[in-house]
Structure formats: C-alpha cells, structure tokens
Design a protein around this ligand. Structure first.
Ligand code: PLP
Length: 378
C-alpha cells in the first residue's frame, strides 16, 4: 500500500518545482544569507546597488531601480513620468490584475484594448483605435514570456506622443530584434515574485529605464518622495527591494540564461509532440522574438474537463487568466471599446498552461504531452 502511494506520488508532475531549482544553489544562497545578516545592512545596501547595476547591464539600460514588488514597479514608473488624475492609460484586459491596478493606484483611468489571438499580447491596431485625447501611456504586457509588438507600439507612441511602459514581469531575458524586453519602452517593470523566471524568496521588483530624470524620481518615490532623507518633496511610498532578496537574486541571476534556454528546449519538445493534434493550439512565436516561456500556454476546447483529466493523471496545470479584467468589479469604471474585447474573452475560456520550468525532465514533458493528447481526444 505504502509502495503504491509512493509510486503514485512519483508520478505527480508539479506545475513548478522551486525546491529542485534551488537545491544546487543551496550553499551559495546560505552564504549570501549569512553575509547579509553579519553585515547588519538590510535596506538599500551594497547588494541592492550591485543588483541594480547587474540588471541594468543585463537588460542594456542606463538605470535600474529596485522596489518592493512588480506592482510597485509599474505604479511608480507611471508616477515617475507624472501620469496621474485626468490621464488615460491603455492596457490589455488579458493580464494579471496588477497591470491595471497600478494605473488606478497612480490615479489615472485604465482603458482596455483587445489582444492579438496568436500571441495573447495587446494588439497595436486596437490600441490605435482606443486612443483618447487623454491617453498619456500604454502599458504593454510581455505576456507568458514573449515581447508584445513593441516596435509597432513604439512607432505609435512616437506618432501620438504617449509613453510606452513595458510590464515585463513575466519576460525577463526575452528579446525582440536582439534587444531585451523591458528596454524597448520608456520604462520596463520587472517582478521578482518567487515563481517568475528570476524569482526571489518573497516579494521584489525593479524598474529599468534609460531616462536619468525618471530614475532619479523613482529613487525618491521609493523612499517616501524624499530624495534627501527627512526632506519630503512629494507623496511617495516605502517601496524598497530588501538587501536579503537582492543578495539571493545575485546568486540566481548568472543562471537565468541557462534556465531560460531550458524552458525554450522544453517548449520546443512540447511543440513537436503536440504538433498536428486536432484540438490543441500551441503557442505562436513572433518574428524576431525570443520567447522565455514563463508559461507554455496552449488553447484547448472543454478546458475544465481537460484540466480535470490531467489532474487525475498527476499533471498540475494552471489557468492564466480565467476572467478578463473588464469583467471584474474593480474595473467597472475602466473604458471598454464599443467593439468589445472578444479575443480576450475567448482566450480566458481556452487557455491552459502546462508545466514548463527549467527543472522539468524530458520524460516529464513527454508524459504531460501524452496525457494532454489523451484528454483532448476523448
Ligand atoms: C503580468 C504581471 N504584471 C504584474 C505582476 C505583479 O508583480 P508582483 O507580484 O511582483 O507585484 C505580475 C506578477 O505577479 C504579473 O504576472
């Protein structure tokens, strides 16, 4: 009986196995912990400053400013550019709520534009149709680890004079036209939430930008709006990335590229195993884009039934996202185009994310793919 239970447990494929990812780094992580504790410096110390330099160099931007979360990174990036009451900010309805919460936290009004059905990212044509006389910014989410159509959005931003902010929470390490995502807009927001491709052991975030004035304002906004301690100039937050998290992230950052490569290899194997199977749509990769597969998300019909059958076969899956933002009470006051947001609505009913983490073995990918094919063909 016990042996059977053990066998069944071995057959479980978790959605993400952070323990397996961290195990080989345990000595370095423990040493980082001891160094910070013995340094006695816990807030905005040497590790935060060094990580800011390392992330700026990795992304190819002039500046990086550590903050307490990805949510604060988006909110404070908007604030750093003076976006606030009276302004409209356009974004996707098919994203985590934090993208649009941040607009409201800054005091502006969110406005939703539909997504491209192939990439799940905001459609620049829909953005153009959604522009109002008050549009100050567009937040493009690089969803699931792939760049939005940032080149077209950049051209639109230049033509119509609005800011382009990237919500790069899910796409650290991805590129478009050889440039890192997060560096193609006026500012890019990063999340270090534990499950992200580069995650810490709690909450953390960062804003990257080439704009020196915006970076300086961010450094003030994260400490109560006081560029000089005890001299408050504007309303800010207490939003700092802490020293311990920065030290852990510095241990993990050198591994990010190899982890992202492993995610791409897993995705490539899924693509070939699932290709041509009726009822399964595998993720599309845009020209010039290097996807880092924070999620490997397929479309299937009868998603809930398929999901239950996968769970019964020991395969954990996830749904990002089950309800589009414009259908949620918090966003009742957001603007929705007359044409509706039909692609976002359709996606919420069909998307299914499969395990894709770098710790996943080839055999596990094969088992997930076989279980999915079986469930879909029933
Ligand atoms: C697309 C997106 N935007 C924003 C966030 C917010 O990041 P955080 O949880 O670090 O505040 C997340 C992640 O949680 C996210 O996936």
């Amino acid at each position: 009986m016990e042996a059977n239970a053990k066998k069944a447990e071995n057959r479980q494929i978790p959605f993400l196995d952070l323990d397996a990812l961290h195990e080989p780094l345990s000595e370095e992580l423990e040493a980082a912990y001891r160094d910070v504790v013995s340094s006695g410096s816990f807030i905005l110390g040497a590790n935060v400053a060094a990580l800011e330099e390392e992330i700026a160099a990795y992304c190819g931007t002039g500046h990086a400013v550590g903050v307490a979360s990805g949510t604060d990174a988006i909110h404070l990036a908007l604030r750093a550019y003076g976006v606030g009451p009276g302004d409209d900010v356009i974004t996707s309805p098919f994203t985590f709520c934090a993208t649009a919460d941040s607009i409201m936290l800054a005091g502006a009004r969110p406005l939703f534009a539909d997504i491209d059905p192939h990439t799940f990212n905001i459609d620049p044509g829909a953005v153009e149709s959604a522009l109002t006389g008050r549009t100050r910014a567009v937040i493009a989410v690089n969803l699931y680890g792939q760049a939005a159509d940032l080149q077209r959005l950049r051209a639109l931003a230049d033509r119509h004079d609005f800011l382009l902010i990237e919500d790069n929470a899910q796409a650290l390490g991805a590129t478009l036209g050889g440039k890192r995502t997060g560096s193609l807009g006026d500012a890019g927001a990063i999340s270090f939430f534990p499950s992200k491709n580069l995650g810490c052991f709690g909450d953390g975030g960062m804003v990257i930008t080439d704009d020196e004035a915006a970076a300086a304002r961010l450094r003030s906004l994260r400490v109560h709006g006081a560029a000089r301690k005890y001299y408050s100039e504007e309303l800010g937050l207490n939003s700092r990335l802490d020293e311990l998290q920065a030290a852990f992230l510095r241990v993990k950052l050198p591994h990010l590229d190899s982890w992202n490569l492993k995610r791409r290899e897993n995705a490539c194997l899924y693509d070939s195993l699932l290709a041509g199977h009726e009822g399964i749509v595998t993720p599309a990769v845009s020209d010039g884009s290097e996807h880092v597969y924070h999620q490997y998300t397929v479309r299937v019909r009868e998603r809930e039934r398929v999901r239950e059958e996968l769970a019964a076969a020991g395969v954990a899956t996830a749904v990002y996202y089950p309800v589009p933002l414009h259908r949620q009470p918090l966003f009742d006051s957001a603007l929705v185009p007359d044409a509706g947001l039909s692609e976002a609505e359709k996606a919420t009913g069909e998307v299914l994310s499969l395990p894709i983490g770098p710790e996943l073995s080839e055999t596990q990918v094969e088992r997930v793919a076989a279980s999915l094919i079986e469930a879909v063909s029933r």
